[in-house]
Design a protein. Structure first.
Length: 319
């Protein structure tokens, strides 16, 4: 089923929305209110740039050169040079889905209207998403909390017609991809180069997709565990809420992930005709005591939590 475009407005992005855009190719557009907010901040920044004052990142150098005033005629070139000078990543390139997550997260960040960029700059990030133009971004080169400057510079280069991208299954120059998509290279205004690369969307994108994959693996493990109990003619008695509560009391605090995993398996396979038939054969109280105390015989086949639960523990406790 085709998804409606994701509208970037006032609300935060959910993990599911990042996955829909990055992995499944959902289209993205800007809300009217978002365009207004971005344009208002951009006008304010242009006013400052034309006021004759000195403002960091607008008409000064960067870092140790922050005390160097840049001539008005060189302001655009300053932003281009900033991106070029930081596009020095090395190693293998990110997967397309990771690049798409970066594009979305950077666009959403700029949508807040605090960076002073033009609406056209944010829209071009969305154009890349919607056309499937994926900049080639090396895996290594970020300086971490000080900013993903190198990866984001590789992301920004194709916006101005430079760098390399993957488009239509082929690797090509950024300028060629723009021409094929009938897009023009951006001309960067004051502070726009800095706004494009000063962020942490590289690590955020990779971390978000890793968490989503871990959640999918845990869900899959739950399903496999529930089906394995049935396939091996185990019993679901060990997963009943009363049995799990008794285990917690008897053991003086059974690990939380066992409780969580047991509940997941119980919810996935309620009133299974296979496990119900097996339970009916046994003496209910004796079987339940065995389940609570030792997980022996058939109950060893009913406790996949010991295998999958440990892998899920950190995810459950830290997400």
């Amino acid at each position: 089923m085709k998804m409606k475009p994701l509208v970037l407005g006032n609300s935060a992005l959910s993990l599911e929305e990042v996955e829909q855009v990055a992995v499944h190719g959902r289209k993205v557009r800007l809300a009217t209110s978002t365009r207004t907010r971005i344009a208002t901040a951009h006008r304010y920044l242009l006013g400052k740039a034309r006021s004759g004052g000195t403002f960091y990142g607008i008409n000064t150098g960067f870092g140790l050169l922050s005390n160097v005033r840049i001539d008005d005629g060189d302001i655009e070139q300053l932003q281009v040079n900033l991106i070029r000078s930081h596009a020095v990543g090395v190693g293998a390139c990110l997967a397309d889905e990771q690049v798409r997550a970066m594009l979305l997260l950077r666009a959403w960040n700029l949508c807040q209207g605090h960076s002073g960029v033009a609406v056209a700059t944010v829209q071009r990030l969305l154009d890349f998403l919607n056309h499937g133009i994926h900049p080639l971004i090396p895996e290594q080169g970020s300086v971490g909390a000080s900013g993903d400057l190198a990866p984001l510079s590789h992301l920004a280069l194709p916006l101005i017609g430079e760098g390399r991208v993957r488009f239509g299954g082929k690797v090509m120059d950024g300028a060629r991809a723009l021409a094929r998509a009938r897009l023009k290279p951006l001309r960067l205004g004051p502070k726009e180069g800095l706004a494009l690369i000063n962020g942490t969307q590289f690590m955020t994108a990779i971390g978000t997709l890793a968490l989503l994959k871990a959640e999918h693996l845990c869900d899959t493990a739950d399903v496999i565990g529930a089906m394995s109990v049935e396939a091996m003619r185990g019993t679901d008695a060990a997963f009943e809420p009363e049995a799990l509560a008794a285990m917690y009391e008897i053991t003086g605090g059974y690990p939380y992930f066992i409780q969580a995993y047991g509940k997941a398996v119980w919810d996935l396979a309620p009133r299974s005709p296979i496990t119900a038939a097996d339970v009916a054969v046994a003496a209910p109280e004796a079987e339940r005591e065995l389940a609570v105390g030792f997980f022996g015989s058939r109950y060893e086949r009913a406790t996949p939590a010991d295998g999958a639960g440990g892998r899920a523990a950190n995810l459950i406790n830290n997400s």
